[in-house]
Design a protein around this ligand. Structure first.
Ligand SMILES: Cc1cc2nc3c(=O)[nH]c(=O)nc-3n(C[C@H](O)[C@H](O)[C@H](O)COP(=O)(O)O)c2cc1C
Length: 330
């Protein structure tokens, strides 16, 4: 069965790849992922905070703020222990490139334009085949409008796009007033791929110790539905190829993502739970599904459940909403 797919301009042997995570900090695991069938490798992120020279000053400023009112002293818990520093990241990238034949997608992660963006060029020079840019922030300044937020993201993307010539994917949050319009604007900047969506890790509150407690829960298949909806809406409306991240655990999740329009299917939680041995049975089950349902190729199935041929997606969504609310019967 032909499982090939075009993502970021590459012809991949299948759509599955590990998403950005610590899995790829270990070279042996990277090789096992490729042996298991991963069609590309997405690296763990290199963060703006690691690269900016004044990162320590930022942390100091946050510490001072934390001390300013006792109840909030634990909002800020200090800089995290990054697995790889900026130089080690470049070394790891080179080692991964030497070890695998599939495309290696480096990941940069930040929130403002600034000097850290120059690092994109170093990643390209170190051999990255493509770059995934993750812009992860939660706007909390009341004076920052939705338009300001979009402009901030577009400015970062434009700066990175001007810095590298390798394919560029942008990993997004799901919350925009008009994601379709925003995705078009990213398209116009020459973005090659959109990765839908970041998972937001909401900290919990420890009510005894007045601490914000970080929670890292792995995902479940239920989280896929938000991605499916937007994938189905964006498919055919943007030039950029689409990858899903968030909630892919079983073969049915892979199939749904492709039917909605995904060219790339990123997996993290399920790989963290089960390891690289998850991939071969997943690929086998995908082939079996396609054969049993008489598809000639994965490509034939892609986008078949998108809203591309739906004359009025907004009316369709509204009708579904009304139907869903009427389903409840005590
Ligand atoms: C332990 C861990 C580390 C992660 N590190 C990164 C990262 O460095 N950069 C990034 O863009 N996403 C990171 N993610 C998010 C994943 O790439 C992925 O988008 C998210 O886990 C949703 O996919 P999943 O449902 O398959 O887990 C991380 C996720 C986990 C669980």
């Amino acid at each position: 069965m032909n499982l090939t797919t075009r993502y970021l301009g590459f012809t991949l042997k299948n759509p599955l790849m590990p998403g950005a995570s610590p899995l790829v900090d270990n070279l042996d695991t990277v090789k096992r992922l490729e042996d298991g069938g991963a069609a590309a490798i997405v690296m763990h992120s290199l963060f703006e905070e690691q690269v900016e020279r004044d990162a320590d000053a930022v942390y100091d400023a946050l510490d001072v703020h934390g001390e300013s009112f006792a109840e909030a002293r634990n909002f800020w818990t200090g800089p995290p222990d990054f697995a790889l520093g900026p130089d080690q990241y470049l070394e790891q990238l080179q080692l991964i490139k030497e070890s695998v034949r599939v495309p290696v997608i480096a990941s940069l992660n930040g929130t403002h334009t600034g000097g850290w963006i120059d690092h994109a060029a170093l990643l390209e020079q170190a051999g990255a085949d493509a770059l995934e840019l993750n812009i992860y922030f939660l706007p909390s300044d009341p004076s920052e409008t939705g338009q300001d937020v979009e402009r901030r993201i577009l400015d970062i993307v434009r700066a990175v796009r001007e810095t590298v010539s390798i394919p560029l994917a942008v990993k997004l949050a799901p919350w925009f007033s008009s994601l379709t319009n925003f995705a078009r604007q990213l398209d116009q900047l020459g973005v090659d791929g959109l990765v839908l969506f970041n998972r937001f890790y909401q900290p919990d509150i420890d009510i005894e110790n007045l601490e914000a407690v970080p929670r890292l829960g792995l995902s479940h298949s239920d989280e896929l539905r938000l991605r499916l909806r937007w994938m189905a809406i964006l498919f055919g409306n943007v030039k950029a190829s689409l990858a899903v991240t968030g909630g892919v655990h079983q073969v049915a999740d892979v199939i749904k993502a492709v039917m909605a329009g995904a060219s790339g299917v990123q997996i993290v939680s399920a790989l963290l739970r089960h390891g690289p041995s998850l991939l071969p049975p997943l690929l086998k089950a995908l082939e079996e599904f396609l054969e049993e349902n008489e598809y000639e190729s994965l490509e034939q199935m892609r986008g078949s459940m998108s809203l591309l041929s739906c004359p009025n997606p907004e009316a369709f969504e509204r009708a579904n909403y009304l139907r869903t609310l009427q389903m409840w019967r005590g």
